[in-house]
Design a protein around this ligand. Structure first.
Ligand SMILES: *[C@@H]1O[C@H](CO)[C@@H](O)[C@H](O)[C@H]1NC(C)=O
Ligand SMILES: *[C@@H]1O[C@H](CO)[C@@H](O)[C@H](O)[C@H]1NC(C)=O
Length: 312
C-alpha cells in the first residue's frame, strides 16, 4: 500500500520540479551569411547566484549527431568535439550568470547549416532546438557579351552562391526572355553553386539586357546589365574609355574645388551653430553587425518572411 503512494508522490514532484525548469530558445531560426559569426542562445532559470559546479550545458548538431560543445559540472570538456567545429566555437561564459547559454560560431560554413540542440542541466534538465540556415548571396555577376555576327549576340552571366538561384533574362522593356536562355548549375568549392546562364539573341547594337539571379528561398535578387555596345572593337573601346577617364578626372577636379568653396562658406555660416554628430551610435551599429545575434530585430523580420515561405 505504502509503495504505490510513495511512487505517486515522487512522480508528482518529479514532474512538478521538471516543469519548473524550462529551457527556452528566444530565436528558433537563425539565418546567417557564410563567413560571418553567429551566436545562438538558449535561456534557463537561475535563482540568485549561479552555482557553476551544478551547471552542465551542451550543444550538439542534432541532424548529424555531432558534438559541438560540452560544459560538464562547470568544466569545459572538448574531448569529443567534432572536427567540423574545432577552433570555431565559444560559449560566452559571462552570459551563464544571466541564465543564458550563448554559443558563438565564427567563420560560418555552409555545412554548419542544420538543427542545433542546446541542453541545460541545473537542478532540472531541459532542451530546445534552433534551426541555423546559412546563405551565400550571388553578389558578383561575371558577364560576357560576344557578337556572333549577323546581328546575333551571345550573352553570358555567371555567379556563385547558395542556395541555387534561378536566372531570369529581360530586355530593355523588361520583357521576359528566360525561355530562350540556357542555364547550368555546377558545384564550386564549399558546396557553393556556380550558375552559368547563356542567352543567344538577335539585336542591334547599343541595346541593353538584364540578367537577374533570383534566390527564391531567400527572396534576394542580384541584377547585371549587359550593354551590347561594350563588345565592339577593342581599340575603339580603349579610346573612348580614355576619353571618358579624362572627362571624369576633369569633372572630379572642378567638383572638388566647388565643394571646397561651398564648405568654406558653410563653415562660416555655421560658426557657433553646430549640432553634435551621432558617431558613437554609428560605431556601435558597425560593431553589432560583426556578429549576427539571432535575436537581432533585422533577422526577426526576415525570419518571419522565411517561415511564411516555408509554410506554403
Ligand atoms: C526578383 O525578380 C523576379 C523576377 O523579376 C521577381 O518575380 C521577384 O518578385 C523579385 N523578387 C524580389 C524580392 O525583388
Ligand atoms: C568573428 O569573430 C572573430 C573572433 O571573435 C573575429 O576575429 C572576426 O573578425 C569576426 N568576423 C566577422 C566577419 O565579424
Amino acid at each position: 500500500m505504502g509503495r504505490p503512494l510513495f511512487l505517486y508522490v515522487f512522480l508528482f514532484y518529479w514532474h512538478f520540479l521538471n516543469a519548473l525548469f524550462t529551457v527556452e530558445a528566444p530565436q528558433s531560426l537563425c539565418i546567417v551569411e557564410r563567413g560571418n559569426n553567429v551566436t545562438m542562445e538558449c535561456t534557463f532559470p537561475v535563482n540568485g547566484k549561479l552555482e557553476f559546479r551544478d551547471l552542465s550545458v551542451s550543444w550538439d548538431k542534432k541532424d548529424e549527431l555531432k558534438q559541438v560543445y560540452v560544459l560538464r559540472k562547470g568544466e569545459e570538456d572538448l574531448k569529443n568535439q567534432h572536427n567540423d567545429f574545432k577552433g570555431r566555437i565559444k560559449l560566452l561564459k559571462e552570459n551563464l550568470n544571466l541564465g543564458q547559454s550563448v554559443l558563438q560560431i565564427t567563420d560560418v560554413k555552409l555545412r554548419d547549416a542544420g538543427i542545433y540542440r542546446c541542453v541545460v542541466a541545473y537542478g532540472g534538465a531541459d532542451y530546445k532546438t534552433i534551426h541555423l540556415k546559412v546563405k551565400a548571396p550571388y553578389r558578383i555577376i561575371n558577364q560576357g557579351v560576344e557578337s556572333t555576327g549577323h546581328n546575333e549576340w551571345k550573352l553570358t552571366c555567371q555567379s556563385e552562391g547558395y542556395p541555387a538561384a534561378e536566372v531570369i533574362w529581360q530586355n530593355r522593356n523588361y520583357e521576359d526572355l528566360t525561355y530562350k536562355a540556357n542555364t547550368k548549375f555546377e558545384t564550386a568549392n564549399d558546396q557553393l553553386y556556380r550558375v552559368t546562364s547563356t542567352l543567344t539573341i538577335k539585336s542591334g547594337i547599343d541595346d541593353i539586357f538584364y540578367c537577374i539571379f533570383w534566390n527564391k528561398e531567400l527572396q534576394e535578387n542580384t541584377t547585371a546589365i549587359l550593354h551590347l555596345a561594350d563588345s565592339t572593337e577593342g581599340i575603339l573601346q580603349t579610346k573612348s574609355r580614355r576619353f571618358v577617364g579624362a572627362t571624369l578626372i576633369a569633372t572630379a577636379f572642378v567638383g572638388s574645388v566647388l565643394l571646397f568653396l561651398l564648405c568654406i562658406r558653410k563653415a562660416r555660416a555655421n560658426k557657433g551653430n553646430r549640432t553634435p554628430v551621432a558617431s558613437p551610435s554609428i560605431a556601435k551599429l558597425a560593431k553589432d553587425k560583426d556578429t549576427h545575434n539571432c535575436r537581432d530585430a533585422f533577422f526577426e523580420d526576415r525570419e518571419l518572411k522565411y517561415m511564411q515561405i516555408e509554410k506554403t
